[in-house]
Design a binder for this molecule. Sequence first.
Ligand code: FES
Length: 132
Amino acid sequence: MSASSFLVLLGRGCTQTFRRPQLALPASFSMVQLRLESSQAVPAARLPYRVKVNAGKRYAWCACGHSQKQPFCDGAHRTKAPTISPLRFTPEKDQNVMLCACKQTKNAPYCDGSHFKVIFQDVVKSVKGVFK
Ligand code: FES
């Protein structure tokens, strides 16, 4: 519908509502998207969590990033990322630790500084968005 015919209809008091056409994706595409979403961890935050852990107590560190009880697992991976399991660990002594929140660490569940890479990628994305 052209803009002029829309204005004519509007002038006549037409109350028809216009809907944005739905983008029809092939079933295989949406399945691929679902697979990608369920197999990749998402950053829960960009900086690590400082947590006091107790010796001998078992913890389950959220590896998928979907938990609402970060940095620990609340079972959200079962529905949102079924291919990712939490990492269970038992500290040997009472201490304060930095647990990874970006979910990119190579030393899970502890922060290894990989969040700087995530932050840098975010900055690059925003700069690219500005100069589009
Ligand atoms: S928060 Fe993930 S490596 Fe630091």
